[in-house]
Write a protein that binds this ligand. Structure first.
Ligand code: K7E
Ligand code: CUA
Length: 653
């Protein structure tokens, strides 16, 4: 490696170490004045102005906060089993976590993405990526439930994902790790020749939200990091940052930091659609799971799919271009007008701002420096609009306000830098505690940001909270951007590592929230509509218990005739038809979590009793004054016993 570069990297690393170990010099200037505190105070009984959706990072989940209060409302289980809600434990939800690798009960979720109509968040769905076992999930914002998960073939480390186009025509997903495509048993040293990156375009049905992989683009074996779709004038394009243009496969820390410039890839998806229509694709044999939660049967199904259409840039001129981007870019963000594409070169001293119009002109004028695997590399000077000078150290991500300003997170110097889109000059800086990763502005990735706040999503907490052993809470910080100077308002803890988040006006979502499932719409095959219909059926060793719950009893609540070796299914229907009255169900010794059954919903707990005896079950959610009475017993007899199935139902008519 070049000596000068080595010294440069050393300096960057030592600066970050100083911040890691001693914190920012001004870290103890935490105190905020009274008028500031009142700006985040939401009095008891009043609502927050925004919903904030923050990724749960390595928890695999999505967390919902009120903004500006920072109050945590809900953790929506997505890729990870969640015993609090029975997610991935009930028979109905287990298929949601199926993949081509089998049942995978965990993932690493980074980027929530609200669906958009005409470049504005429409509050219908939110998508989030599973990074480790490549997947994209869709969450319905009337129920705040994950209703679909699609696996991505030919991918590894689904990081630049899932970024949506202006009308959510697609959510796109780039692979962070290049791999052999098709994946095969070859030496890792063949990286340069054999490893490729895939970028997936997942079509989203405008009515139902249903996802389907429309096509993939086979890219050079780089590391695809982040993405944004064009909007306004750049509608029809998507931009992807990437590092490791060196195509190193070991000690990347050094070996993937050699080149002065890596790239932002620009993909013309309208063009891709033409190539698909002209059948210019190759069909690859693959395996990927598509899991859908059926709202009617309230049950998920998992389907394995085995073909994907792949476009190869060499055979599709005009599909992909590279824009040289200083030094291992991370973030890749598009301003509200769609004209500017901002790179976040982690190791760069400036922030490069590309111009969409100049890019189009450079393509027309053939300002091409070279071609990599069929992808033309456009001339840097021909596409750059400007560089933000002295923004701080370690620029990562950029969001935008409603006044023509951009806000970039500076990982190494732990600050947010505000700069103008007019002249690319720095306007203001504010320290963050510590080491900010992403940042978010409500609507900050849309055509019309709400502005008001920027939220720092930090990587390290240090001395900001009461210590809790070796790991401290994860943390976000709310900053007022309504005035000339940014003002820190609030620190609040988050779950997992928050990575990215998005926020939307509460008014867009709150009145559409489902209050309960209507019994008459429940088409669950094992539903019990009324207490008189509760029963138990045996078929060989499979026992199905059709149970109901209503304040404050289970029916039946005494059950006999279950035997060791039986496979017992408790199909429990919550008969309540009222908002916020779930009942829980748990039975002693079940290798499982509880069920938490919403009004009008049917859920199933599978139980394999192993020893004779009497087993209590009970409601886990304090639902009424007589909640503690909401309990029952199951008698389990030896495998060879002659005890007949018997049960009681107190309101039997
Ligand atoms: Cu944390 Cu978007 Cu995965 Cu940047 S990523 S910081
Ligand atoms: Cu039902 Cu407690």
């Amino acid at each position: 490696m070049k000596k000068s570069l080595f010294i440069y990297v050393l300096i960057i690393i030592s600066i970050s170490m100083i911040f890691l170990f001693w914190g920012c010099p001004s870290s103890k200037q935490g105190a905020v004045s009274g008028d500031v505190a009142s700006k985040v105070y939401v009095p008891p009984g009043e609502y927050d102005e925004f919903y904030g959706f923050f990724s749960g990072g390595f928890s695999g989940q999505l967390a919902v906060y009120g903004i500006p209060s920072g109050r945590l409302f809900r953790v929506i289980p997505v890729f990870s089993q969640d015993p609090e809600k029975g997610w991935g434990y009930s028979e109905e939800t287990k298929p949601m976590l199926m993949t081509s690798h089998g049942f995978i009960p965990w993932d690493d979720a980074h980027h929530p993405e609200l669906s958009q109509t005409d470049g504005m968040a429409d509050g219908r769905w939110i998508f989030i990526n599973g990074n480790n076992t490549p997947r994209i999930a869709r969450i319905d914002l009337t129920t705040f439930r994950t209703v679909e998960i699609i696996e991505l073939p030919n991918s590894a480390g689904n990081h630049s994902s899932p970024f949506g186009t202006e009308n959510t025509e697609y959510v796109v997903a780039g692979t962070r790790f290049s791999i052999p495509i098709p994946n095969e048993d070859i030496s890792i040293n063949e990286y340069k020749d054999k490893f490729k990156g895939a970028i997936s375009f997942v079509k989203v049905d405008n009515k139902t939200g249903r996802m389907d992989i429309a096509f993939q683009v086979l890219m050079p074996g780089f590391d695809y990091d982040l993405a944004r779709a064009g909007k306004g004038k750049s509608h029809g394009w998507c931009f992807f940052s990437m590092y490791n243009s060196e195509q190193a496969n070991t000690i990347k820390e050094v070996n993937a930091s050699q080149n002065d410039k890596d790239f932002i890839a620009a993909i013309n998806w309208k063009k891709a659609e033409e190539y698909i229509a002209q059948k210019k694709f190759k069909e690859f044999d693959v395996q990927y799971a598509h899991n859908v939660f059926n709202e009617e049967t309230q049950t998920a199904t998992s389907t394995m799919k085995n073909k994907v259409k792949v476009l190869i840039p060499e055979e599709c001129p005009g599909l992909v271009y590279f824009m040289p981007t200083p030094k291992s870019p991370h973030g890749c963000d598009v301003d509200p007008t769609g004209e500017y594409i901002v790179g976040g070169g982690k190791l760069a001293a400036t922030i490069p701002v590309f111009s969409y119009s100049k890019m189009i002109k450079a393509i027309e004028d053939k300002k091409i420096d070279k071609t990599i695997d069929g992808v033309p590399v456009l001339n840097y000077d021909a596409v750059i609009a400007g560089e933000v000078q002295e923004p701080g150290l370690g620029p990562l991500h950029t969001e935008f306000d409603d006044q023509g300003n951009a806000y970039t997170s500076m990982f190494v110097s732990s600050e947010i830098t505000k700069w103008s889109l007019k002249d690319f000059k720095v306007i203001d800086k504010i320290p963050t505690y510590y080491s900010i990763g992403h940042l978010l502005i409500p609507g900050g990735n849309t055509k019309k940001p709400y502005g008001k706040y920027v939220i720092a999503l930090n990587k390290i907490t240090k001395d900001r909270y009461l210590p809790t052993g070796p790991e401290l809470t994860q943390s976000a910080q709310l900053i007022d951007i309504s005035g000339d100077k940014m003002k820190l308002l609030l620190d609040f803890p988050t779950i997992g590592e928050p990575h990215y988040g998005q926020a939307i006006a509460a008014s867009v979502i709150k009145d559409k929230s489902l209050k309960f499932y209507k019994m008459e719409n429940n088409k669950h095959p094992y539903k019990t509509s009324k207490e008189e219909d509760t029963r138990i059926e045996r078929s060989g060793n499979v026992v199905r218990i059709y149970m109901t719950t209503i304040r404050s009893h289970f029916a039946p609540d005494n059950i006999e005739g279950i035997k060791v070796g039986d496979e017992v299914y408790f199909h429990i229907t919550n008969l309540e038809q009222d908002w916020d009255v779930p009942h829980g169900f748990a039975i002693k010794g079940a290798e499982n979590s509880e069920l938490l059954i919403m009004p009008g919903e049917t859920l199933t707990l599978k139980w394999l009793p192993k020893k004779p005896g009497v087993y209590p079950f009970y409601c886990t959610d304090f639902c009424s004054a007589l909640h503690q009475e909401m309990q029952g017993y199951v008698r389990v007899s030896p495998a060879n016993s002659q005890i007949k199935l018997a049960w009681n139902t107190q309101n039997k008519k």
